[in-house]
Design a binder for this molecule. Structure first.
Ligand SMILES: Cc1cc2nc3c(=O)[nH]c(=O)nc-3n(C[C@H](O)[C@H](O)[C@H](O)COP(=O)(O)O)c2cc1C
Length: 203
């Protein structure tokens, strides 16, 4: 009897990192849509709302001094490291502030994406170490236009699609961005929510 070909296992577990302080903001609506869509796919979701959890984004002097001392460097953030390392998919939901991440999310990357966790240094070169993550997405909004962001180099887009991408080397990367939110109508916002759901259903 011939055996059926093995179908590669789908990622089952996503870490969603959300960073907006206002529960009834548009970003929190995007966050809810993200979690709902992934759960509807049958994935388990670790819903990490950094503000709601009171994450402390500030790296201490001791953490900086011990930054390269793996594995002890993870001690202050071990729970978050465990959650990151359990993820097959990573989705970051955030507004663009000063053409970067909100401090909460930046602090997560600084304090949790540590040597020995997200990368290893081989003769000074970054070697990806979060390769369990096969799918990477960002869901984000900008007040200004895409042209204005491009004139500034659009750092958050590059940070996700190049820097975070490099330590994960995912199979799929999606950068879902609503630009020009300062002028976006309710209809345009609803359309983007639908777009995010559609994109994450097939991600
Ligand atoms: C502190 C702060 C900094 C911001 N900096 C930028 C910026 O650099 N570029 C930009 O396009 N929009 C900027 N904005 C606009 C936000 O991106 C916009 O308000 C947000 O995406 C809207 O989402 P929300 O309604 O969920 O907050 C900034 C907003 C705040 C509060």
């Amino acid at each position: 009897m011939t055996q059926a070909p093995t179908v590669p296992a789908e990622p089952q577990h996503a870490l969603v990192l959300a960073a907006h302080p206002v529960p009834d903001s548009f970003n929190q609506a995007l966050h809810a849509e993200t979690v709902k869509t992934l759960e509807a796919r049958g994935w388990s979701v670790d819903d990490c709302d950094l503000y709601a959890e009171g994450f402390n984004p500030v790296m201490t002097e001791a953490e900086r001094r011990g930054y390269h001392d793996a594995p002890d460097n993870i001690t202050p953030v071990k729970d978050y490291v465990d959650r990151l390392q359990a993820a097959d998919a990573l989705v970051m939901v955030f507004p663009v502030w000063n053409f970067g991440y909100p401090a909460m999310l930046k602090g997560f990357l600084d304090r949790v994406f540590l040597p020995g966790v997200s990368f290893k240094l081989d003769d000074g070169k970054v070697v990806p170490n979060l390769t369990r993550i096969r799918r990477l997405a960002a869901v984000t909004t900008y007040g200004g236009t895409r042209m204005r962001a491009m004139l500034c180099g659009d750092p958050p887009r590059k940070c996700v699609t190049r820097a975070v991408w490099h330590v994960c080397r995912p199979r799929t990367t999606k950068y879902l961005a609503l630009y020009d939110m300062n002028r976006a109508s309710d209809a345009r916002r609803r359309q983007f929510l639908t777009y995010v759901g559609d994109q994450l259903r097939t991600f």
